[in-house]
Unconditional design. Structure first.
Length: 167
């Protein structure tokens, strides 16, 4: 019997990659809506740039932004409260800040079946934490809320990580 496990891993990796790309598109639109200038998707030139996905400016301030897009809920149905920024995030951010002469920020994009939320903040606000606490973002304790449970109009079934419910 053929082992289908590798195929499942490839499918899950493709789903996560696609969700990340969708998040970056939402991030670019949010930056335009918030009147940022010189917006550039760094992945267009160097895939997986250190720390940052987007470089932009607003009112003379330069930003490099790490975009993290996730499902609102985990497979077990619990709220996905923290979005991991990865290993050595502060070292990577410092390197990117020097390279782009910009300040390190994050954008967390939370997707649900019919809605999305966008949270934006400085890496410094996280006080050494390696994860974005979206539960605190939602309570306005960290970062800024740019969108909250805003309706989207696309079929989200491919992106969801919830276990199928039997009817």
């Amino acid at each position: 019997m053929e082992n289908s496990r590798p195929n499942e891993y490839r499918k899950e990796a493709a789903r996560k990659k696609s969700l990340g790309e969708l998040g970056e598109l939402f991030a670019l639109k949010a930056l335009v809506d918030k009147k940022f200038d010189r917006i550039r998707n760094l992945n267009d030139n160097i895939m997986n740039e250190t720390f940052a996905d987007i470089e932009c400016e607003k009112e003379g301030v330069r930003y490099i932004i790490s975009v993290k897009a996730r499902n609102k809920f985990q497979k077990n149905g619990k709220l996905n409260k923290r979005y991991n920024l990865g290993t050595n995030v502060y070292e990577k951010a410092l390197s990117a800040e020097k390279k782009y002469n910009a300040s390190a920020y994050w954008m967390a994009i939370q997707f649900d079946k019919n809605s999305f939320s966008i949270y934006f903040g400085s890496l410094k606000e996280l006080n050494g934490s390696k994860a974005i606490p979206v539960d605190k973002c939602e309570k306005e304790l960290i970062g800024d809320i740019w969108e909250h449970n805003k309706r989207h109009y696309f079929d989200f079934d491919y992106y969801t990580n919830q276990i199928e419910q039997c009817i």
